[in-house]
Unconditional design. Structure first.
Lengths: 175, 618
């Protein structure tokens, strides 16, 4: 499929988009907490991919490229918003995440609460958690995707999990 | 439940749905960016930031700028404006009248706004690199002066009667660069961030797997590079469409457009955007005029884009751009690309789509190929503008191309499904149209999921229909416009597909045509639908297909997609080695590791629209 897309086959590229759009949109959504931002970022990533297809060497490279690009762009967006003082209010985040809560068969209230808590993490730590638990990447891969030292990834994972456990137990202070 | 399990269970990536796919494909436009190799020695990237509030073109609460700026009166815009005359000539009269009606000119109707252009900022210290940026800056000022309704403010210029208030502030900056650890070029943007802009000597693509490239490449929609060679020619191209061979240095330019308003949010913007591969801005004597727009020409294109996508909507201008799209040879600037124009028209709440612009758009589309027409409706699919209703209905009823009709149908369903005229059109298609896909789609819209279920069962069991017709109700893929509604449609579909009288005949039908390459696309779409169903029979089908090396490529794609979404299933893991190279390298090892850890088998991997959880013990 990748080769077809690289040869200019629009249907194949569409299949690539369909195959990866949940992954890319999902990472952007969990990172930014805003559906509109996530859709814009995810679209940008695929448009960029279209121009960069020739650079993609394998399906594995494609997945890595997409995750890397969407993660960095989302973090950039978050930092930009932070600089401009336009952080999303938490009450809005609750609505956003609930509206797009996946069908997991688990308690949707608990899931929405977890999403809300994740959005309180710092962008880097949030990205690490999403790549670990949504994309199931191991810490080594996360370090590569995020250009982050492996010990830092592990530290983020440990501290974020500890903080989440504390918050789930009713504590109120942040990590 | 353990916190990590809960995280995995709740962090399943939501699929944004068919609307998202359609929007991406619309933005991608008319095919891949063409490449040109050779000449490129020095490049620049042009990224435009503008406030989201830029779309609200008249802002009343804009604080005056403290700088000493002056206004330059706009020059009236020459040439024909619209395919439909805006104003009829005043009738000739023999007797003098008290006051003859004044003819309305384009500039009379043009929106009024002020643009402050800050002095050129040169952060690149190379004098040779600064010259083309200076030329571009000067040409942009000239172009801005020609825009009707635009009051240009330039610090240092002295024109009596100038106001100090600006609706937009433009800043053009040549950016400094540094060398990345891998030898590539790092560009330092005005916000202080550094990005990898060009490959290093390692040969690894910029921003790819190389851990030595610490940042992303500037790329995608907002990545337009400006390159010039020693002989003075300058190439502007999208970075991602450019090879790295033969490049020496890069100077990058950032164009920031700010709009002081209540919102401080900004977005990056392409000035020469997607679809435009490369253009040479000729400055030196050795350039080839046919290939190299002058700085003035390039600046004109940039200002056109700003007018279409950032500055307040100007109907006369939009109509002229659409007219020029159909006659590119008559456009002195070389014209904008269709994708750029559509992106601009569709931006925001659709307020740029006035009746005159829509008339011009319809007139243009009538001369264009089907993929352009479909792309237009896909791009405008999220714009709910009543003026679009009639052309959409007309396209649905009469366009000769099925994809165009489906695109129009998608837009109508998303925005106007309750309109009586739309319902009449749907009923007419249901009664009379020969296309089973269109009929199935409108029937679903008209009569709801219960009727759709009956139609699906009837079609599957009707052996007199063709293979494609029997699957038409199944592969109807019209989004209702929101992610939530897409989820709901998917849920209904999964419920119906699990019914024995649906699933059994469907699997049998698909198996019957699996190896027929001519039906590859249809089978692929059917498999995508089946992949949504969590049922042992579906598993068995896909497991069987995953080991079939003789499937047509499009069918194999559907199987590959399913396998990726179920890589945590031990049965899928068992056959993964047979599926290489479809499976990403390194993943097998990870899956084997996961498979060896008790309790980890339930972990989901990937983006699966379906997150089937299979215990490792199975």
């Amino acid at each position: 499929m990748l080769q077809l897309a690289q040869a200019g086959d629009r249907l194949a590229f569409r299949q690539l988009v369909e195959q990866h759009q949940a992954r890319v949109f999902g990472v952007a959504l969990r990172l930014t907490g805003r559906h509109a931002d996530a859709e814009e970022l995810a679209q940008d990533v695929f448009v960029k991919l279209h121009g960069a297809l020739a650079l993609i060497q394998s399906p594995a490279h494609l997945t890595h490229w997409l995750l890397r690009t969407v993660t960095h762009r989302s973090i950039d967006r978050l930092r930009q918003q932070a600089r401009q003082g336009t952080q999303v209010p938490l009450e809005a985040l609750g609505e956003t995440t609930a509206a797009h809560a996946p069908e997991t068969g688990h308690d949707p209230v608990a899931a929405a609460e977890l999403h809300r808590l994740l959005l309180q993490l710092q962008p880097d730590a949030r990205a690490v958690m999403i790549l670990r638990y949504q994309e199931d990447l191991d810490p080594t891969d996360i370090a590569t995707v995020l250009d982050m030292p492996l010990p830092t990834v592990k530290s983020h994972l440990r501290r974020s999990l500890d903080w989440l456990r504390t918050r789930c137990a009713g504590e109120t202070h942040g990590p | 439940m353990d916190l990590e399990q809960l995280l995995r269970a709740s962090l399943v990536a939501p699929d944004p749905g068919a609307v998202f796919t359609a929007r991406v494909m619309a933005r991608v436009g008319r095919g891949r960016v063409r490449r040109r190799t050779g000449i490129i020695l020095i490049g620049t990237v042009l990224a435009v930031s503008a406030a989201a509030a830029a779309l609200v073109w008249r802002m009343t609460a804009v604080a005056p700028h403290s700088i000493d700026s002056v206004a330059v009166p706009a020059v009236p815009e020459p040439g024909p404006v619209a395919p439909v005359p805006l104003v009829q000539p005043a009738p000739e009269v023999k007797e003098p009248v008290a006051a003859a009606p004044k003819a309305v000119t384009p500039e009379d109707n043009a929106p009024r706004y002020a643009v402050l252009v800050m002095p050129l900022r040169q952060e690149d210290q190379d004098l040779g690199k600064r010259r083309p940026v200076e030329a571009l800056y000067a040409a942009m000022l000239d172009e801005l002066r020609k825009v009707p309704g635009l009051t240009l403010q330039v610090p240092g210029e002295s024109v009596p009667g100038a106001g100090g208030r600006a609706d937009y502030v433009l800043t053009l900056t040549s950016l400094a660069t540094t060398v990345s650890p891998a030898g590539g070029v790092m560009v330092v943007a005005t916000d202080g961030t550094s990005r990898c802009a060009r490959n290093g000597s390692s040969g690894m693509p910029c921003g790819s797997n190389s851990p030595q490239e610490p940042s992303l490449p500037i790329g995608g929609m907002s990545n337009t590079s400006y390159s010039y060679s020693a002989n003075g020619s300058v190439v502007i191209n999208t970075f991602t469409g450019a090879g790295s061979a033969g490049r020496d240095e890069v100077v990058w330019v950032e164009l920031k457009v700010e709009s002081p308003g209540p919102s401080t949010a900004r977005f990056t913007w392409p000035v020469a955007s997607a679809g435009r591969s490369e253009q040479r801005l000729c400055i030196g004597a050795n350039s080839t005029p046919s290939e190299c727009p002058s700085p003035a020409k390039m600046a004109a294109q940039y200002i056109q884009t700003l007018r279409l996508q950032v500055f307040p909507p100007d109907s006369a201008f939009q109509q002229r751009v659409l007219q020029q799209l159909g006659n590119p040879g008559q456009d002195p600037t070389g014209g904008m690309r269709f994708g750029e124009v559509m992106t601009g028209l569709a931006r925001g709440d659709g307020s740029r789509l006035d009746a005159g612009t829509i008339r011009a758009l319809v007139k243009y589309l009538a001369t264009q190929p089907a993929d352009t027409r479909a792309s237009a409706w896909n791009t405008l699919g999220h714009v709910a503008n009543p003026a679009l209703l009639a052309p959409l209905v007309d396209s649905l009823r009469h366009d000769p191309d099925k994809e165009v009709r489906l695109a129009a149908l998608a837009s109508l369903l998303a925005n106007y499904s309750a309109d009586p005229e739309v319902r009449r059109a749907f009923e007419e298609i249901d009664r009379e149209d020969a296309d089973p896909m269109l009929r199935a789609t409108v029937r679903r819209a008209l009569y709801g999921p219960a009727q759709w279920r009956d139609d699906l069962i009837a079609a599957l069991n009707n052996a007199e229909l063709s293979y494609e017709d029997r699957l038409s109700p199944l592969i109807v893929n019209i989004s209702s416009g929101t992610v939530q509604q897409d989820f709901e449609m998917s849920r209904v579909r999964q419920t119906v597909l699990r019914e024995p009288q649906v699933l059994g005949p469907l699997i049998a039908l698909v198996q019957e045509h699996l190896h027929e390459a001519g039906f590859g696309r249809t089978t692929n779409m059917a498999l995508n639908r089946l992949a949504e169903v969590d049922d042992p029979a579906v598993y068995d089908l896909f497991l069987q297909l995953a080991q079939d090396q003789s499937l047509p490529p499009l069918v194999a794609m559907g199987v590959q997609s399913w396998a990726r979404n179920h890589q945590n299933d031990p049965r899928v893991r068992e056959i993964l080695p047979q599926m290489e190279p479809m499976v990403p390298s390194g993943l097998l090892e990870r899956m084997r590791e996961v498979g060896g850890k008790p309790g980890e088998g339930a972990a989901t991997f990937g983006s699966g629209a379906i997150s089937t959880v299979v215990p490792a013990a199975q």
